[in-house]
Ligand binder design. Structure first.
Ligand code: ADP
Ligand code: MG
Length: 290
């Protein structure tokens, strides 16, 4: 490939809203046959809203305040929705905050060790999930929503249900990727039913859900070992290792800096349709050189 043609391609990319790490990146795009899409913040807007709160062994207000206070320290899309569950002035004091990437958050809230996150996070620390809350979890999942547990003193005490919306451009983006001959795979740490609901809405049939943070990179590697040439599109901190492992890592410009740094390309506007433009551009650029 001549450096000049690749530079021209890079410039054209900038016009399309694609930041390309280096001209040589366009070469690796050409053979890509599989595109792994992170769900939250990539296929969906990632702007979650809190749709329900169920408390057990605590008041509704207590559950809201405690969860909001702890999530205030996280930038996860779920955390942003939960942090707004109670006005800032009502948040109890938090110390020893820690983020458990892809699982939730932990810390001392008003002096009590508290966890907010997916059931696996609470279960790993031995907190009991009462039947009432297990049922609320199940009901939320059945609706394709994402339930988050909050717990302290040995038990889960509430479920906060958040809901996300698919980006209006995602279905068209998936159709375009298929036209380009790419097989889309939806990859998420969220539960299977929420993932299936989103997949059905945008036209994806292959879903890998309930993935722990380290599992995203494993999934990309597994696809590569089966002979696929893999592009990965993501926005989160926990997507970064998978973006680096993929043959072509694509970050959302609206996502975290960590994801952008790990990626080969950045889609400035966060519009997934531009992923197709990137693949098409690369193929055009390379066909004029060869
Ligand atoms: P995705 O792969 O869809 O971008 P993540 O890997 O970031 O999602 O998160 C996976 C799951 O972990 C979420 O669906 C949620 O259950 C839980 N989780 C992650 N971060 C948080 C948080 N800050 N608060 C509550 N739950 C969280
Ligand atoms: Mg994400």
């Amino acid at each position: 490939a001549t450096p000049t043609a690749l530079m021209v391609g890079t410039g054209r990319g900038a016009q399309l809203g694609i930041l390309i790490r280096g001209p040589e990146i366009l070469e690796s795009t050409r053979r890509v046959d599989t595109i792994v899409l992170d769900k939250t913040g990539t296929v969906t807007t990632g702007r979650m809203s809190l749709v329900d709160v169920v408390a057990h062994g605590a008041t509704d207000d207590e559950v809201r305040r405690v969860a909001a206070a702890l999530e205030h320290g996280s930038e996860h899309p779920i955390a942003r929705a939960v942090a707004e569950a109670a006005p800032r002035a009502e948040h109890p004091e938090v110390s020893g905050f820690a983020n458990r990437e892809g699982l939730g958050v932990v810390g001392d809230v008003a002096g009590r060790r508290t966890l907010v996150g997916r059931p696996a996070l609470l279960e790993a620390e031995g907190l009991v999930v009462p039947t009432e809350l297990a049922e609320a979890l199940d009901a939320a999942q059945a609706q394709g929503r994402t339930p988050v547990l909050v717990g302290w003193d040995g038990a889960a005490r509430g479920v906060l249900v958040v809901s996300d919306t698919v980006k209006p451009t995602s279905a068209a983006a998936v159709a375009r990727l298929r036209e380009l001959g790419l097989e889309p795979v939806l990859l998420t740490g969220d539960h299977e039913r929420a993932a299936r609901a989103v997949a059905a809405e945008v036209g994806i049939t292959t879903v890998v859900a309930d993935v722990l943070p380290a599992g995203k990179v494993d999934e990309v590697r597994r696809l590569q070992e089966s002979g696929r040439v893999v592009a990965m599109v993501g926005d989160g901190v926990n997507d970064a290792p998978a973006l680096a492992q993929a043959d072509l890592g694509i970050a959302m410009g609206t996502g975290t800096d960590v994801a952008i740094e790990a990626a080969d390309l950045t889609l400035v506007s966060g519009d997934l349709r531009v992923a197709g433009d990137a693949v098409a551009l690369s193929r055009r650029t390379l066909s004029t050189i060869r």
